[in-house]
Design a protein around this ligand. Structure first.
Ligand code: GLC
Length: 553
C-alpha cells in the first residue's frame, strides 16, 4: 500500500471564486481576492480547495455552462491571476481541485455554434442530434419543474439536440474519440497551470451512451480508466473526485475493481441517510447505507459531505423517509426543489441550533471517507430563499460586519450578501467568530485538526458497536494497532449507554480527545456513558500513548 495518498486522510473545502472575495470593487469575487484569503483557509487546516467552475461562461448555470475551456471568466481575473493563485496555494501546502464540466458545453460555445450552423462542420458530431423529436424527450430531466425536455429543436440546425440538463447545455457526444481527446487536453491544460485534480461533473452522464435510439443507455466505464491513466501520467498526485449519484451496487464500477478508475466519489447514499438520521433520530438506514458503501478498493476514497452548492438531493430515500426530512428541514414548498430536494443551507435547516450543528458536523467528520466542507458552513451561514433555485445557498461569504459583509466594496454584488435576520452578516461573520473562543468557527477548526489527527477514519476499517439504542451511533475505527471510538446521540433527550468494546485490556480505557470526559470500564467490563441530547464523543481507545503503539503497516 502506498502510504502517502494524500486524499485518503484530508479535508477538502469547496468554494466559488465568484462569491468568496472581491478584490477590485466590481461586486464579483476574483482570484486576487481569493488569494488574500488563503491564509484564512490555511489556518483552518484544510488540505485542498475544490473550486466551482470559473471558466468563460454565459453564467446561466453558475458557470456549469462553459463557453471556453481554456480561459477564465474575465470577471474573476486572468489566467495569470489563476496561476498566481495555484502557486500561492501550493506554497501553503494546499492542493487545488477544479470542476471539470464535460458532459455538456454552453450553447454559446463555438463548437456548438459551428455544429448547429453547418451539417458538415467538424464539430457537428461533437453533439447529439436527432432529425425527429425522440419519443422519450419529456423524460430524464435533471431539473424537473424547471426543465421541460431533454431534446430541443435547434432552428438553425433543423434538428433536435440532446441535453440532459438545461436546454442551454447541449450534451457533448462523449463517445466521439475527438471529444474524448479534447477532454484529456482540457485536463492536461489545467494540470499544467498547477491544479491537483478535478471534481468531475455529472460522471454517469459523461460516460453514458447518448442518442435518440438509446433505449437502455449503458455506461462506458473504460473512459474513466483512460481519464485516470492520463492524469496519473501527467501528474502523479492528481485525483478525480466523481460526482456520481448512483445506487450503491454501481459504486465499484466507478472506482474500478482494482481501483483503476475514479480515486474518489461523493457518497450520496450516506449523505441522504445522514439527513434522515438527523431528522428521525433513527440510525438504521444510515448504518445500512454505510454497509452498502463499505466495499471499495484500498486506494479509493469517499467524499463525505453535508451540503454542497446544489439542492440537498433526497431522491434515494423512500417516499416516507423523504417526507419526514422535508417536514423537519424544509417544510415550505419554497424550501424544496426539483421534487426531490431542499435548497437551504445547513444552519437554517437545523434551526440555527448549535448543538445540532455540532452533531451534524461531528457525524459527517466521522463517516468513512474524506470530508468536503462548504464555504460559509464553518460560520453557520444562512440562505436567501428569495433567490431562484439553488442560488439561495450561494450568497457571498460573510467576512465581517462591514458593508457587504466585507465581501466587496461595491454597492451591488453578484448575489446579494445576506444582510437581514439572524443570519445577516452583522451577526454571522468570520471576524466576530474569530474573536470568540467558543464560536462555531473555532469549534470547526478544532474539529478539523482532530479529524486529521485521527487517520484511522480515513484509512482504517470501521465497525458499528452495538448500543441497543437506534438513536445512538457508535463507530469504532481500527488502523495500525490504533483505534478511535465515536459516539453520537441523535435524540433530543439524553441516553445512557453501555458499551462492551471486546478489545481486552486496552478497551477498558477511553480517552476523550475533544473534551475532558474520559471513561473507564466498570466491573462488568463495559463503559457506561451518559450522552446529553445531541451529544457526541470522540475517544481514543487505550491511552494517549497510541502513537507509541502505532505500527508501520
Ligand atoms: C452538476 C452540478 C450542478 C450543475 C449540473 C450541470 O450536477 O453540481 O450544479 O447544474 O451538474 O452541470
Amino acid at each position: 500500500m502506498i502510504n502517502d495518498l494524500w486524499y485518503k486522510n484530508a479535508v477538502i473545502y469547496c468554494l466559488s471564486v465568484e462569491t468568496f472575495q472581491d478584490s477590485n470593487g466590481d461586486g464579483v469575487g476574483d482570484f486576487p481576492g481569493l488569494m488574500r484569503r488563503l491564509d484564512y483557509l490555511h489556518g483552518m487546516g484544510i488540505d485542498a480547495i475544490w473550486l466551482m467552475p470559473f471558466q468563460a461562461s454565459p453564467g446561466k448555470d453558475d458557470g456549469y455552462d462553459i463557453s471556453n475551456y481554456y480561459d477564465i471568466d474575465p470577471r474573476f481575473g486572468t489566467l495569470g491571476d489563476f496561476v498566481e493563485f495555484t502557486h500561492a496555494a501550493k506554497q501553503r501546502g494546499i492542493r487545488v481541485l477544479i470542476d471539470i464540466v464535460v458532459n455538456h458545453t454552453s450553447d454559446q460555445h463555438p463548437w456548438f455554434q459551428s455544429a448547429r450552423s453547418d451539417p458538415n462542420s467538424p464539430y457537428r458530431d461533437w453533439y447529439v442530434w436527432s432529425k425527429t423529436k425522440p419519443k422519450d424527450a419529456d423524460q430524464g430531466m435533471v431539473f424537473p419543474g424547471v426543465q421541460e425536455s431533454t431534446w430541443t429543436l435547434d432552428e438553425k440546425a433543423g434538428e433536435y439536440y440532446f441535453h440532459r440538463f438545461y436546454k442551454f447545455q447541449p450534451d457533448l457526444n462523449t463517445a466521439n474519440p475527438e471529444v474524448q481527446a479534447e477532454i484529456l487536453k482540457i485536463m492536461g491544460f489545467w494540470i499544467q497551470l498547477g491544479v491537483n485534480g478535478f471534481r468531475m461533473d455529472a460522471v454517469p452522464f459523461v460516460i453514458a451512451d447518448k442518442g435518440a435510439d438509446e433505449q437502455k443507455p449503458q455506461q462506458q466505464y473504460d473512459l474513466l480508466r483512460w481519464f485516470r491513466a492520463f492524469l496519473q501520467w501527467r501528474k502523479g498526485d492528481a485525483v478525480i473526485l466523481a460526482e456520481a449519484n448512483v445506487p450503491p451496487k454501481q459504486n465499484l464500477q466507478y472506482f474500478g475493481d482494482d481501483g483503476d478508475r475514479m480515486h474518489m466519489m461523493f457518497n450520496f447514499q450516506v449523505n441522504q441517510t445522514l439527513f434522515y438520521a438527523l431528522a428521525s433520530a433513527d440510525t438504521k438506514p444510515l448504518i445500512k447505507a454505510l454497509d452498502e458503501t463499505r466495499a471499495r478498493p484500498d486506494t479509493a476514497q469517499w467524499g463525505t459531505f453535508l451540503r454542497n452548492h446544489d439542492e440537498l438531493d433526497l431522491g434515494r430515500l423512500t417516499e416516507a423517509q423523504r417526507k419526514l426530512v422535508f417536514d423537519h428541514f424544509g417544510p415550505d414548498p419554497d424550501m424544496q426543489l426539483y421534487e426531490r430536494g431542499i435548497r437551504r443551507r445547513l444552519a437554517p435547516m437545523l434551526g440555527g441550533d448549535r448543538r445540532r450543528l455540532e452533531l451534524a458536523y461531528s457525524l459527517m467528520l466521522s463517516m468513512p471517507g474524506t470530508p468536503v466542507l462548504r464555504y460559509g458552513d464553518e460560520i453557520g451561514m444562512g440562505d436567501d430563499l428569495s433567490l431562484p433555485e439553488r442560488n439561495g445557498a450561494r450568497t457571498p461569504m460573510q467576512w465581517s460586519d462591514e458593508p457587504q459583509g466585507g465581501f466587496s466594496r461595491s454597492d451591488k454584488t453578484v448575489l446579494p450578501v445576506i444582510s437581514e435576520g439572524p443570519y445577516g452578516f452583522a451577526h454571522v461573520n468570520v471576524a466576530s467568530q474569530r474573536r470568540d473562543p467558543n464560536s462555531f468557527l473555532n469549534w470547526t477548526e478544532r474539529m478539523i485538526r482532530m479529524r486529521r489527527e485521527a487517520p484511522e477514519i480515513g484509512w482504517g476499517a470501521y465497525a458499528v458497536v452495538e448500543t441497543g439504542e437506534k438513536g445512538v451511533l457508535a463507530m469504532r475505527y481500527d488502523w495500525r494497532n490504533n483505534s478511535v471510538l465515536l459516539l453520537h446521540n441523535l435524540c433530543d433527550y439524553p441516553h445512557k449507554i453501555a458499551l462492551d468494546l471486546k478489545m481486552g485490556e486496552i478497551g477498558l480505557r477511553l480517552i476523550d480527545i475533544a473534551d475532558g470526559g474520559h471513561s473507564q470500564a466498570e466491573d462488568d467490563g463495559r463503559h457506561h456513558i451518559l450522552l446529553e441530547p445531541y451529544g457526541y464523543r470522540w475517544y481514543r481507545v487505550g491511552g494517549l500513548d497510541y502513537i507509541l503503539r502505532r505500527t508501520e503497516i
